[in-house]
Design a protein around this ligand. Structure first.
Ligand code: CMP
Length: 155
């Protein structure tokens, strides 16, 4: 099962959208494998967003990420990286579609509520940065056949 890393950013926590955001991932069928509330330090934020270090907005991104607690999630599903990015929506508010998290709740690209890894490689890197291996839970979802088929349901 593919894994991805999601952060509900400080604006999502302050705006009391944590439950609403997690509900959307659960409703789609994503499995919660890891979940915690964390204060991200400046050095960790810099590592997390190192691919943006030369962008003009890097300084603001680090300030914003460290401005309050984040919720970190590891989610799993078939094609989890792409599925989660669709649920989150485009970065800029004029491009994020209604129905996506950013499309429904964000109006500014800096205050865009959620981050998710943009590739499988970055997902693995970001999960390693934020979670210890023992913080990731292994369990089987009883609903699995109703999400993916199998066990005589579809054949
Ligand atoms: P995220 O998915 O967390 O990945 C990088 C982040 O950079 C992005 O979401 C935005 O929050 C942020 N970002 C992108 N463009 C800008 C910008 N012009 N000004 C400030 N932050 C930005």
């Amino acid at each position: 099962m593919e894994k991805t890393l999601v952060l509900i950013k400080p604006d999502g926590v302050e705006r009391k959208l944590v439950g609403e955001i997690i509900k959307r991932f659960e409703n789609k069928g994503l499995k919660i494998i890891g979940l915690k509330m964390i204060n991200i330090s400046i050095p960790l934020a810099k590592k997390l967003y190192e691919m943006h270090k030369n962008k003009p907005f890097f300084k603001y991104l680090i300030k914003f990420t460290t401005a309050g607690p984040n919720i970190a999630l590891v989610l799993g599903s078939r094609e989890a990286v792409n599925v989660v990015r669709k649920i989150i929506g485009a970065t800029t508010p004029e491009e994020s579609r209604p129905g996506s998290i950013r499309g429904d709740y964000a109006i500014h690209e800096r205050f865009n509520l959620v981050h998710s890894a943009d590739s499988k490689g970055n997902a693995e890197r970001e999960i390693r940065l934020l979670f210890k291996p023992e913080e990731l839970c292994k369990y089987s979802q009883i609903l699995h056949p109703w999400l993916y088929g199998g066990k005589g349901i579809d054949r």
